[in-house]
Design a binder for this molecule. Sequence first.
Ligand SMILES: C[S@@+](CC[C@H](N)C(=O)[O-])C[C@H]1O[C@@H](n2cnc3c(N)ncnc32)[C@H](O)[C@@H]1O
Length: 211
Amino acid sequence: MVSRLERNWQYAEQYPTETDAQVRARRLSLELGIEPVSRAVAAQLSGLAVMSGARAICEIGTGVGVSGLALLRHVPEATLTSIEIESEHLRQARAAFAGAGIAAARLRLIEGDAAQVLPRLNLGAYDLVLIDAEPERLLEYLEHALTIVRAGGTVVIPGAFSRGRVTDPAARDEATHVLRDLLATVAESAAIVPVLTPAGDGLLTLTRLDG
Ligand SMILES: C[S@@+](CC[C@H](N)C(=O)[O-])C[C@H]1O[C@@H](n2cnc3c(N)ncnc32)[C@H](O)[C@@H]1O
């Protein structure tokens, strides 16, 4: 039987409407076996971009563009710097952005390993940074993300529940411990405002306070 909380979660996931370009990119992503951000997470990305008045957005893990389309959906002035290691994913993402009518001048699509690319990005230059590449390197990427996001800007981490393992008391593996420690650390931080919601597989947003 479906519990009330599961029903709520399903409702929230089915609630957002997506553009034709988003629907196409999501379908392609699933066909290629690339896990896109969920519909509720995509909607939150669109909202966050608007709420933060984002002009400069960075994304680690472009995939075929599902999250990028959401980030750019309602902020026509914003540019997206997006890092992807797989050239074929980037090629498909470029086509998805073009199909959505997003001007190439708004995009800086960088093919490469995020660990190599991130240190080259400008410090404090981004309003919003999405981390959605390999979960094993989350801490490394977060360290960089917190340097390239401006004070008052937000780092967004989908998959914060690690396929439900974080909330499962029986899960004791190393990766799960790392995530639980991270969640505990940011909850205590005086420099960060953490918000954790159950959208998708757990969506964590970390907003840098001034100073
Ligand atoms: C979960 S998918 C991203 C999905 C995308 N954010 C979306 O919602 O459409 C993760 C992506 O990260 C890419 N990736 C994996 N390792 C990477 C690395 N070291 N640097 C950059 N991208 C990487 C993968 O090729 C894959 O396309």
